[in-house]
Design a protein around this ligand. Structure first.
Ligand code: PLP
Length: 369
């Protein structure tokens, strides 16, 4: 049996998405900027897709800008708004558990002379809103806090952070890659800037979007022919955009995913030396379960599972530093041994109960030996 439990790293295309992509690459090859009918057909796909993405997030169609993925969306949101607003102040805030697509931008801005506050998180991986309030000053121009963490699934209080905008004048960005389609969008669509990615929601790789709310001042990073309203130049990735909209229009069954995670969690809880991380009484994103297996190396366990047809990851597999020590697990207070023995199971739409039970059986047999 093949059991893919690495859906936070990337997902398999849904069959309907495969059909859509096939149709578009075979039939709709026009450039959306061309004025003839072949171009207009491609432009229509981009327009319809933008509407679908906007609706799925409860934002306006004109606020959706397609990008090459969330890494580009994060970079654009951060550099674009910090540079555009740097005259107002030099203080920016993020959390210690952000994805490298965010953290490395902040590190670069720090080297350039910006003053950065990195917020701590508790053992459930959640920031402290009071620490944030105390950090904000009239110099603070920008705050970026992810909606859901990619290694442990913690849900950050984006709505509460957004409420602080009534008192303070900052731009709020959220990396919503792991939140999008997994938790209700009203938990994070209050941010001024929102990054999402196609390949985490069963669409193609190389497509993402940045939501830029009306009135938010941000300079484009990619200049050229003025596509995407001049905000992000470059001929649009029409098959990618179509795949993104198709995947999103298939409503994600988060209840099923949460149910499967419960089965996995219950099964793993009975294994000696297994400790579930940052579960927060189930108040975490439904698709991620982080588990530390005391006395074991994550890589060894990962390969043992692979031999049985089960695919998981140690820490986070969506960046190259996958064998380094996880900054997220360290921020929630895990010691070196616990970090070294951590496996991330991440579930998706296409997993079945049978697969999860098989995974629990394999773990129980191998680890209780
Ligand atoms: N942000 C988070 C939270 C992620 O999990 C990922 C995963 O890779 C990214 C950003 C980067 O997304 P992309 O692969 O679309 O650039």
């Amino acid at each position: 049996m093949k059991v893919y439990l690495d859906n936070a790293a990337t997902t398999e295309l849904l069959p309907s998405v495969v059909d859509e992509v096939k149709y578009v690459i075979e039939n709709v090859y026009g450039n959306p900027s061309s004025l003839h009918s072949i171009g207009l057909e491609a432009e229509k796909i981009v327009r319809n897709s933008r509407e679908i993405i906007a609706k799925s997030l409860g934002v306006e169609t004109g606020e959706v800008y397609f990008t090459s993925g969330a890494t580009e969306s994060d970079n654009t949101a951060i550099f674009g708004s910090v540079y555009a607003n740097s005259r107002r102040g030099k203080h920016i805030i993020t959390s210690k558990i952000e994805h490298p697509a965010v953290l490395n931008c902040f590190k670069k801005l720090e080297q350039e002379g910006f003053n950065v506050t990195y917020l701590d998180v508790d053992s459930n991986g959640i920031i402290d809103i009071d620490q944030l309030k105390n950090a904000i000053s009239d110099q603070t121009i920008f705050i970026s806090v992810m909606a859901v963490n990619n290694e442990i699934g913690s849900i950050e209080p984006i709505r509460e952070i957004a409420k602080l905008k009534r008192e303070y004048n900052f731009i709020l960005h959220t990396d919503a890659v792991q939140a999008y389609t997994k938790i209700p969008c009203n938990l994070y669509n209050v941010a001024d800037l929102i990054s999402i990615s196609g390949h985490k929601v069963h669409a193609l790789k190389g497509i993402g979007a940045l939501i830029v709310k009306k009135g938010i001042k941000i300079s484009p990073l990619i200049l050229g022919g003025g596509q995407e309203g001049g905000f992000r130049s470059g001929t649009e990735n029409v098959p990618g955009i179509a795949s993104f909209a198709k995947a999103v229009s298939e409503k994600a069954d988060t209840e099923k995913i949460a149910h499967l995670r419960e089965i996995l969690k219950e099964g793993i809880s009975n294994i000696k030396n297994a400790k579930i991380n940052a579960y927060n009484d189930g108040n975490s994103a439904p698709h991620i379960l982080s588990v530390s297996f005391n006395g074991l190396r994550g890589e060894v366990l990962m390969h043992m599972l692979e031999e049985k047809g089960i695919f998981v990851s140690t820490g986070s597999a969506c960046h190259s530093n996958r064998f380094g020590e996880s900054h997220v697990l360290s921020a929630i207070g895990l010691n070196k041994n616990e970090i070294g023995g951590t496996i991330r199971f991440s579930l998706g739409e296409l997993n079945t109960e049978e697969e999860i039970k098989y995974c629990v059986d394999v773990l129980t047999k191998e680890l209780n030996k």
